[in-house]
Design a protein around this ligand. Structure first.
Ligand SMILES: NC(=O)C1=CN([C@@H]2O[C@H](COP(=O)(O)OP(=O)(O)OC[C@H]3O[C@@H](n4cnc5c(N)ncnc54)[C@H](OP(=O)(O)O)[C@@H]3O)[C@@H](O)[C@H]2O)[C@@H](O)CC1
Ligand SMILES: Nc1ncnc2c1ncn2[C@@H]1O[C@H](COP(=O)(O)OP(=O)(O)O)[C@@H](O)[C@H]1O
Ligand SMILES: [K+]
Length: 537
């Protein structure tokens, strides 16, 4: 797994490096050289334009320019001020050095001149704004960003694309869209989430020093990005000595007359994700509608209120059914009512492996008056509990219903409040979004995100079914639940990619993701077993 550090903690690594004798100036030289090395790896590069800002990110750019000049590349720096007028000492020194080495420069050129230069540029190096960026890019960077994005050149961003927050992944209206980002020392969360996914392109981490790895670990990574090899331990070894029950049995509890389809999607997803036996428990009037849709899945009709949601009597029946299954998923389409809150409450207090999704989470929010983290006794259990909220559901659980977490780091923080509620429990929160984090007290694991095609109604119900099936099938300890959940997310994401190939990136419906789940899991398992021979990017 690759560590991810909050930007403020990157500074601890930086000062740790200076303590072992690697100065900031030396780091800047190594950073600029690392960026130049990536430029040299680009096919057919002969002319490069480096856009430099006025801080240390700009300093990296000047070093890169000098390094490229020494390798006979036709390089021009575009800068707001001449080297002598740069305020920062470090950046001024490297800028003057590049100037002495014969690097060409354009000082505060008009927009037309920048556009003209870009016409004959193969590679742009974006060294305007790095981790010191805040607010909206001011002139001239806003204009240069526009010109860079409109050009046909390959764009390599230094540390972080200018205009993107390396911490939050949120971008202002102007943000460089790079083909590659050479990030210094370690991954930062904003590169992996939200706008970061669009802006960074391929991410290359430049460690810059041999002590970096140790210092990064000491700085307490906020998350870990999973590599395929990290899933080896949670994959069950294949065996033919199984029957439909030993392959894992899943109970899906949910549905209402208003939303009958959601639990069906979840149940189908569980069945397509290798659970040998899947049962649906829905309110009485919903049962005949669903049974006709899916003959493989037995549907049980439970006591219902007149509005077509579970009544209070359903809770005990559900808990009894759940005791006989290896995992239970509760929530899809079930609405929030006295009866459904009772069902969720009963399941939580039963020692059954449990996944709570969608309205199940909203019931939990109702039960705890939007303060789940104030109810430690509720979450104290031995069997696994996996919550799969999207950001709005997550916000409702922790008192942020008005302003839900707006970034991956904010979502991880909210998830941590839940998992730490009883001081370290068996809970994993799968904080869903365009990038997802699987958070437990031990770690936050970031699966590789799937395509935007996953952003379609019912896609979360499908993920709930996949997670429940993986939980039902697996024998992993509670410590491994974040990795197991992350694998479920990757299968879901890869199924989304297969579906997008089949139906087009705008044409995917939840049912298409379900149909691709089995193939996605096989392909991922093959990739995990034979990482060299298959390439799925
Ligand atoms: N960590 C490491 O170990 C290493 C870090 N290194 C590098 O250092 C970089 C961080 O450097 P940094 O701290 O000097 O900040 P940086 O990103 O250059 O920005 C500051 C400048 O931008 C300006 N500015 C800010 N917002 C703005 C806006 N909206 N619009 C316009 N301007 C704006 C701000 O001006 P101010 O707002 O203060 O007036 C100031 O002039 C890091 O990303 C990496 O590349 C490597 O050299 C080696 C190893
Ligand atoms: N832009 C995106 N890129 C990748 N995955 C996404 C994106 N948007 C949503 N997803 C994924 O799709 C699923 C949507 O879940 P959810 O919001 O609960 O949907 P619904 O409630 O409609 O079923 C989650 O797994 C989420 O991580
Ligand atoms: K940059």
């Amino acid at each position: 797994m690759q560590p991810v550090l909050n930007v403020e903690d990157v500074k601890r690594v930086e000062s740790g490096l200076t303590e072992v004798g690697v100065s900031i100036s030396e780091l800047m030289h190594r950073a600029g050289t690392a960026a130049a090395n990536e430029v040299m790896r680009t096919d057919d590069v002969s002319s490069v334009t480096v856009f430099c800002g006025l801080g240390n990110n700009g300093g990296d750019g000047w070093v890169a320019a000098e390094s490229l000049r020494k390798r006979d590349i036709d390089v021009t720096v575009v800068t707001p001020v001449a080297p002598d007028d740069i305020q920062g000492d470090l950046a001024r020194v490297v800028a003057k050095s590049a100037q002495s080495a014969g690097v060409k420069m354009l000082v505060a050129p008009p927009k037309g001149r920048v556009e003209e230069l870009l016409l004959s540029t193969d590679v742009v190096v974006d060294a305007m704004l790095g981790t010191g960026f805040h607010g909206d890019p001011r002139a001239p960077f806003d204009i240069w960003i526009e010109c860079i994005n409109a050009s046909g050149a390959t764009v390599i961003a230094v540390d972080v694309p200018s205009g993107l927050s390396a911490q939050t992944g949120l971008a202002s209206s102007r943000c460089v869209i790079a083909d590659m980002t050479v990030t210094m020392l370690v991954l930062k969360p904003g590169l992996l989430a939200d706008m970061g996914r669009d802006a960074c392109g391929t991410i290359v981490v430049a460690p810059l020093a041999e002590q970096t790895e140790r210092l990064v670990l000491e700085a307490d990574p906020v998350a870990w990005r999973a590599d395929l090899e990290d899933y080896v331990d949670v994959l069950a070894p294949p065996s033919n000595a199984v029957d439909k029950f030993t392959r894992g049995s899943v109970l899906v509890v949910g549905g209402s007359l208003r939303f009958p389809g959601a639990p069906l999607l979840a149940a189908q997803a569980a069945a397509r994700s290798g659970a040998g036996y899947v049962t649906l428990a829905v309110p009485e009037p919903v049962a005949p509608i669903l049974q006709s849709q899916m003959p493989e899945i037995p549907v049980m009709g439970l006591p219902s209120d007149p509005d077509g949601t579970f009544s209070a009597e359903a809770a005990d029946i559900v808990a009894e059914l759940a005791l006989k299954r290896t995992a239970t998923l509760v929530g899809p389409g079930m609405r929030v009512s006295g009866g459904t809150v009772g069902v969720v409450s009963k399941l939580i207090s039963s020692e059954v492996p449990l996944v709570i999704d969608a309205d199940g989470l909203n019931c939990l929010a109702r039960l705890t008056s939007n303060k789940l983290d104030d109810f430690p006794e509720l979450l104290r259990r031995n069997e696994p509990l996996i919550l799969t909220p999207h950001r709005r559901e997550l916000g409702r659980l922790v008192g942020q219903q008005e302003v839900p977490p707006a970034s991956l780091t904010a979502a991880m923080e909210a998830a941590r409040r839940i998992v730490w509620t009883d001081g370290g429990s068996e809970i994993t929160v799968v904080a869903k979004g365009s990038a997802t984090a699987c958070v437990s007290v031990d770690a936050a694991v970031l699966p590789k995100p799937g395509p935007a095609a996953l952003a379609t109604a019912g896609s979360g119900d499908v993920l709930g079914g996949v997670v429940a099936a993986f939980l039902a099938r697996s024998n992993v300890g509670n410590d491994d639940l974040p990795v197991l959940s992350a694998l479920a997310c990757e299968v879901h994401g890869y199924a989304g990619s297969i579906a997008a190939e089949r139906f087009g990136s705008h044409g995917v419906m939840a049912r298409d993701i379900i149909d691709a789940l089995g193939l996605a899991e096989d392909a991922l398992e093959e990739q995990i077993a034979f990482p060299e021979s298959t390439d799925m990017d």
